[in-house]
Write a protein that binds this ligand. Structure first.
Ligand code: C2O
Ligand code: CU
Ligand code: CU
Length: 504
């Protein structure tokens, strides 16, 4: 899809302008030109010339302990970068509005479904009740109908980057791929740390899209639904290659979400290491320097970037990551994120593309990285250990422990106030990011090797042949919830189970 005709010319003009501005001298004109040409011919709409300044979604913050918001899901024609697109939107926006609350706040979301299909909302990563008007993914909200979600964010909820998206089984992949996703940020202790406060904050919602010539989302083929539908248009906050600004000497706090249905991101920023400060469930104990990181669908990270290089543009690159293979012999870092360990070991598909561009603007007295963040509470030894085997069956069905999802069956029953180890075993040929609702967990080991640092997660990438052990406390809430693969085509095709948390 892409840039034939007038749009291709626009791209070339942008490149020429950028070259005239000599922004790319440092990268070498020859290389840049060749890279761009090959991107044109492969039909991608990415451009190495930074586009517009990164847009931030409209956001809505709680006031006096209450976050009240009206949210409408509807199909709408919107701008995706420079393209007209018929997408699925929350309040007419892609990504949806960013919601912000604090621990202890009451959240009241009056939701209306103006889609042509049933839907509902899931609050991914929030520790809130999975039942009633809470994070209830068993609800069916029919077209034209609504539901008021109401819940309280616990007083001791960690600060972090969470998100909301549809969770109506069977249609989740399609509705996310259409554009339905928004950030849900909990502001708390981490945000108050002086070193973090001093950093400039930017949210990056990473998402792939596919559009035909009239701006419609093409129907995914059979194969795409098997491996997971993947679009060739990479966007950050609904933009193509936006620019991110940093002052010389400054710190940029990048808060990344992979809101794609099935696409993995394997990110690196030219000449700037990432200093990891938070994972899915909040802060880690101290920053960890990474040259690159993998974000599986559903995962979030927060990283600090230091503005300590020569003031010219640097590309935030996404290297191809083949989810059918995963990272065989990959590294051993916590979460789905891999450090240097995965370099070289991963089979590639397609080309490296620019997701955003870091540009320098102004200068400030140099800020230093924090040395300490927040302690990650160690978990007690588990009372129970269970195994979950991920594989696919005959046809296009995806299974956990040999079974496809059935909402009326209870697959796993646990007791409130206990701690369990779950061993997730991938005996198939595709990578599966395993996700659990309601409670977060820590990764204990991968293929028997202990996790290098403690971190709270709610998605963990399990590559083919791997066994990952996670430890999870069941706290505060009873009731029925789910766990599933966050490649949402796999989830829609059966790779989900029910979890019943029983009173102690
Ligand atoms: Cu983000 Cu059950 O999912
Ligand atoms: Cu979730
Ligand atoms: Cu999967």
């Amino acid at each position: 899809m892409g840039l034939e005709g007038p749009q291709g010319n626009t791209l070339l003009m942008t490149i020429m302008k950028a070259m005239r501005r000599r922004e790319f001298l440092g990268l070498g004109l020859g290389t840049t030109g060749a890279l761009l040409l090959s991107q044109c011919s492969s039909g991608s709409s990415q451009s190495a010339a930074p586009g517009s300044t990164l847009a931030q979604a409209q956001f809505h913050t709680s006031e006096d302990g209450l976050l009240r918001f009206d949210l409408v899901a509807a199909a709408q024609r919107v701008k995706l970068g420079n393209r007209d697109a018929n997408l699925l939107t929350y309040n007419g926006q892609v990504p949806g509005p960013r919601l912000e609350a604090k621990p202890g706040d009451t959240v009241q979301i009056r939701f209306t479904n103006r889609l042509s299909q049933p839907t509902n909302l899931h609050y991914h990563g929030l520790h809130i009740p999975p039942t009633g008007t809470g994070d209830n993914v068993f609800l069916e909200i029919l077209p034209g109908e609504g539901h008021t979600y109401e819940f309280q964010i616990p007083q001791n909820h960690p600060a972090g980057t969470f998100w909301y998206h549809p969770h109506y089984h069977g249609l989740v992949a399609e509705q996310l791929f259409g554009g339905l996703a928004g950030l849900f940020v909990v502001r708390g202790e981490l945000d108050e740390m002086p070193a973090i406060k001093a950093a400039q904050e930017a949210f990056l919602v990473l998402k792939d899209f596919a559009l035909d010539r009239s701006g419609n989302i093409p129907n995914p083929g059979h194969m795409a639904q098997m491996t997971g539908r993947i679009g060739d248009l990479l966007t950050a906050n609904g933009q193509f290659n936006p620019s991110l600004e940093i002052p010389s000497g400054g710190l940029l706090r990048l808060r990344l979400l992979n809101a794609s249905t099935s696409r993995f991101f394997w990110l690196s920023l030219e000449e700037h290491p990432f200093h990891l400060i938070a994972t899915d469930g909040g802060a880690i104990a101290s920053p960890i320097a990474l040259n690159d990181l993998v974000l599986a669908p559903g995962e979030r990270v927060e990283v600090l970037v230091q503005g300590n290089q020569a003031p010219r543009p640097y590309r935030l690159l996404n290297q191809p990551f083949n989810p059918a293979q995963g990272m065989m012999g990959g590294g051993m870092m916590g979460g789905g994120m891999m450090g240097r360990g995965m370099m070289g070991g991963s089979p590639n598909r397609g080309t490296t593309e620019t997701v955003a561009t870091l540009t320098y603007n102004g200068a400030i007295a140099p800020l230093s990285l924090p040395t300490q963040l927040m302690a990650v509470e160690p978990l007690p030894e588990p009372q129970t250990t269970r195994q979950f085997t991920l594989n696919h069956g005959m046809g296009m069905v995806f299974l956990i422990n040999g079974q496809a999802f059935d909402h009326s069956r209870i697959d796993t029953q646990v007791a409130l106030n206990t701690v369990e180890d779950w061993e997730i075993v991938n005996t198939g040929t595709m990578a599966h990011p395993f996700h659990v609702h309601t409670n977060k967990f820590q990764i204990i080991s991968r293929n028997g090797q202990p996790a290098p640092y403690a971190a709270w997660k709610d998605v963990v990438l399990v590559s083919p042949g791997e066994t990952v052990r996670i430890r999870m406390p069941f706290r505060d809430y009873t009731g029925k919830t789910v766990y599933h693969c966050h490649v949402l085509d796999h989830e829609d095709r059966g790779m989900m189970g029910t979890l019943d948390i029983q009173p102690a």
